[in-house]
Design a protein around this ligand. Structure first.
Ligand code: MLT
Length: 312
């Protein structure tokens, strides 16, 4: 007897709580975006949307968990630009980023900031760049593992400076921030969703933003592009996925719920406070994300190959 294919009931979906896997430790920027979106989707779907943090290997452990999950609409992934860089960084990735997922939608592009422990000697970005070149063997750089956004920014930053710093990997930039606050690590490139409050409270030093346009919520920070690293630009896009094979009616219901979350007043306000904003509605569709991921994988492949950086 050939087993009938499992049919996932789409019309009544969802009939039980959902899990959104965040492939980084709790308390970091991806987690922050996920919890805001999950809260809004819970209200819309009338089922608890719970965030589960599965950190490690620059986000690829958590992404792999979702690639192998049942395509029933109850296990989702909220990941960022690492979905596009991992295929070039990992020669033995346990999933195919452009095949093993069903796109739900883009969420937000988040600027990054170059930050340091509060007593770091450089007083501004010009002094920082000079200091790093002159003292590279004495400076530690925190990131969230190869494949993370902090790793990508660091790779671009160090190659632009032609300076290789000592890298300290964490399971997310939430834990990395704790060590930066404690002075156990020197500098980091991290997303405004994680650094804004610490910058404003003076608990860490900030030198510049990684976007070509200044960040309205951090008006005193110059751009790296205009501070000695012309052309430097990196922002961290975030998106939501389900496993490949999830029925289209379920994908469409999730896409509708995500798009609704991006118009939620609380989500928009919190994003604005943290230096970012939801993507425009026309970008928040499954097809738009599908095309975007493929284009971004192709965009980063030559950059990463040129830098000669591999995780494995
Ligand atoms: C996090 O949420 O911890 C960050 O996204 C890590 C990173 O990608 O730098």
């Amino acid at each position: 007897i050939v087993a009938a294919p499992t049919v996932y009931a789409a019309d009544a979906y969802p009939t039980k709580p959902l899990t959104v896997i965040v492939p980084f430790a709790a308390g970091g920027p991806t987690d922050t975006v996920a919890r805001l979106v999950a809260q809004a989707m819970t209200a819309d779907l009338k089922q608890q949307v719970t965030v589960e943090n599965v950190g490690g290997a620059g986000g690829t452990l958590g992404a792999g968990r979702v690639a192998r999950a049942a395509p029933d609409g109850y296990t989702l992934l909220l990941h960022h630009i690492g979905q596009a860089t991992a295929p070039s960084l990992y020669r033995k990735l346990p999933y195919k980023a452009d095949e093993d997922f069903a796109s739900i939608g883009l969420i937000t592009d988040v600027p990054m900031t170059i930050v340091a422990r509060k007593d770091f000697p450089a007083k501004d970005v010009t002094e920082l760049l000079a200091y790093l070149k002159a003292n590279k063997d004495k400076v530690t750089y925190a990131n969230a593992g190869v494949g993370s956004a902090s790793h990508l920014c660091g790779m671009l930053f160090m190659s632009a400076l032609d300076t290789q710093l000592t890298t300290v990997p964490y399971k997310g930039t939430g834990p990395a921030m704790n060590d930066l606050l404690g002075g156990q690590v020197d500098i980091m490139c991290d997303q405004t969703t994680n650094t804004t409050s610490q910058i404003k409270s003076g608990a860490i030093k900030a030198y510049a933003v990684t976007t070509k346009t200044p960040v309205p919520s951090l008006p005193n920070l110059p751009t790296l592009d205009k501070s000695g690293l012309p052309g430097f630009e990196v922002a961290v896009w975030h998106a939501m996925y389900a496993p490949k094979g999830t029925p289209k009616p379920i994908i469409d219901r999730l896409a509708k719920s995500l798009q609704l979350a991006l118009t939620d007043a609380n989500v928009k306000q919190r994003f604005a406070d943290l230096g970012t904003e939801p993507v425009a509605a026309e970008r928040a569709t499954p097809d738009a994300l599908d095309k975007f991921v493929r284009a971004d994988i192709a965009k980063w492949s030559p950059v990463i190959k040129k830098a000669g950086v591999y995780a494995d």
